[in-house]
Structures are given as C-alpha cells and as structure tokens.
Design a protein around this ligand. Sequence first.
Ligand code: PLP
Length: 395
Amino acid sequence: MSISRHVKQMMQESSWIRKMFEQGILLKKQHGQDKVFDFSLGNPIMEPPPEFVRALEKVVHDTTTGMHRYMPNAGYMTTRAVVAERLAAETGLPFTAHHVLMSCGAGGGLNVILKTLLDPGDEVAIFEPYFPEYPFYVSNASGTTVVVPTTENFELDLEALDRRITARTKVVLYNSPNNPTGVVYSEESLRELGALLDRKQRELGRSIYLISDDPYKRIVYGGARVLPVFDFYRNGIEVYSHSKDLGLAGERIGFVAVHPEADDLDDVVAGMTLSNRILGFINAPAMMQHVLREIADVTVDIDAYERKRDLLYGALVDMGYEVVAPGGAFYLFPKTLLEDDVEFVNQLQQRLVLTVPGRGFGRPGHMRISYCVDDATIEKALPIFEQVAREFVSA
Ligand code: PLP
C-alpha cells in the first residue's frame, strides 16, 4: 500500500458530511440541480457583505511595498491589534496583539493550538454530538480524543465530564452555538464548566486549557449573547473564523486568542507561532488580514438565517419531528423518525432531500439539517419532509 495505514483508516472513517455532499453532486447530475434539495453541507449561502468587497478593492489597488510578502508567522501586528481591541472591549481584559494569532480559519487555528499543547497521548475532551473533524485534528497532534455525552437536549453534562477528566486531560474543547445542534450553552452551565475545570486543575496539579471553538459566535438569534470563554475561565482560548459570519469560508481567515493571564502565556503564544509555521500554514492570508482591519464589526445579514430557522423549525415541529430549538448557527438536529438514522436519511435521499445521519457526529438516531440554503430550497423540501413524516410517524 503506498499511502499510510493511518490515512487509509481515516479515509474510511471520513466524514458522512462529505459522503452526502458527493452523493448530492451525483444526484444533481442525474435529476437536475433544482430537483435535489441539499441540506448536507455548512457552506454559507450568504455572499460577503458590500463592505468586504469595498475593502478588498482598496487592498487590490494599494501599491504599498511588501503588501503580499512573508510576515511574522502570527500575522500582522496591526490586524492582531484590531482583534485585540475588540476582545478587550468585549471582556474588559487587557488584550493586546501579543495574545492574538491570525489563523487559516478555525480549522487552522485548532490544529495550531492542539499541536502546541499536546504531548503524545494527552487527552482532549469533546462533547457529543461534535463537529466530525475534531478527532482528526486531535490525532494530527498525536492526542487522544475522549468523547463526553451531553443531555437529551444537548446541554453540557458536567457530571459526565467530571468522570472523564484524567491525569492526561490537557484540553477541553466546546463549540457554542453548536454544530450540529444549534444549541447555545447557557451562561450558568458555562460558569459551572469553568468552576469544574478550576477544581480539576487544583486536584491534578496541572493546567487544563479550555478551547472555545467560536465560528458561529456572531450567528445567534433573538438577541442572545454568547458568553466569551475569557469571562469564566483563565486558561481559556478562543478560536474564531470569518468563514460563516462574513461568508469567507474559501478565503481561510480567522484567529486564535489566549487569555492574557493564562498559564505559561508566553510559551503558548510562541509555540502557536511556531506551529503555524511548521504545520505549513506559514501565516494567515495577507490580503484577508489587510481587509479585516477595515471591517472588524461587519457581518452578513444574521436575520436572514434567523428567518430560515423559523421557517424550517416551525414546519418540522408541526409535522411531528422532535427538534431542539436552535439558538444560533444554521443547523437543526432532529430525531429521525426511524431508529436507524442512516436508513431514515436514505429514505429522504431517495426523495432527493439530503441530510447527514447523526452518527456522523457521534449521536445516532438524529440527522443534521443545514439550513444555509436559499429559501426556495427550504420551501420546496418541506412537502417531502411532511410526506416522510406522515409515512413514518404513524409507522
Ligand atoms: N468548527 C466548527 C464547529 C465548524 O462547524 C467549522 C466549519 O464548519 C469549523 C470549525 C471550521 O471552520 P473554518 O472554515 O474556519 O476552518
């Protein structure tokens, strides 16, 4: 075999999301683009806002020397300072450019942090259902993934976490608003999470870093606020991405920020800077960093996502699907109407509606519906969800 056994195995385990996406491409070829309703991928539907386009045009025509050259591996000081200023305003903490590293999206940022923090066999606790790339990222850094269950409604189960923390736990990683459930963890449960980790650090006599994976932080509904990790935990690290809030998934831009009073702060920052380089990212894209300085507060129209959520969530509940109301992101994670989620997803697929089985996220018996699609796709798919519900609710 010419490729490594490890990669071969990962290819076999690899994402249900991709599988469904690829089947979708085949189905669209067979039946026509407009006949297939694809809810399989979290690829943002919203185009980047006009402020982004204007800022990009300005950068394109800027002839300042060195605009497109190598830079410090952590990114431009000026861009990091803008990010730090925002974080300082949000948290009241003394963030400076020193605490921020510009990254190739959240995916790049997570790999950089894990590479920096983990020794082989160190454990990373994640909560199921989880973003399916997490175990791969942990394995990239020679760590071990420990999956922690959540409650029936996907809230944090801190007793379950308590039982799974060991002397090898180095990182706890959470994501709110959550992919795949859309759940936003309550302030109370996050503060309890911080208190639990504080206690564990004391008991075990070692630092446990808490990573908040925040690509959906600004995609929240009904005026909800996502409590920053820095508000309740000193060894907190935030990973942010503009893939979703600015519709820039293809441009690979985000950042990592470390709490100004985190343990071994200077080592962590220097280690991340090195990791960004030796993982081959070198630095986050220059053009995007120039642009971001200009548009730090801009997002796509979040209300449009909220309207899509209302449309789809309301209709599914009326049809008899059991769904936890999502407070953010652009996913719904209903129970499937057959116990076998793969079979149920196949039933939908035969009717040209594409979703992803819950087992791809570590929680069988559910399916993920990604509603970052145009309204017409939702409207045309609703009768199919209803027809399937009629068939299987009474079955
Ligand atoms: N984390 C979560 C929870 C995600 O849903 C995604 C993308 O869908 C990512 C990280 C990776 O995002 P990025 O495009 O910024 O690498």
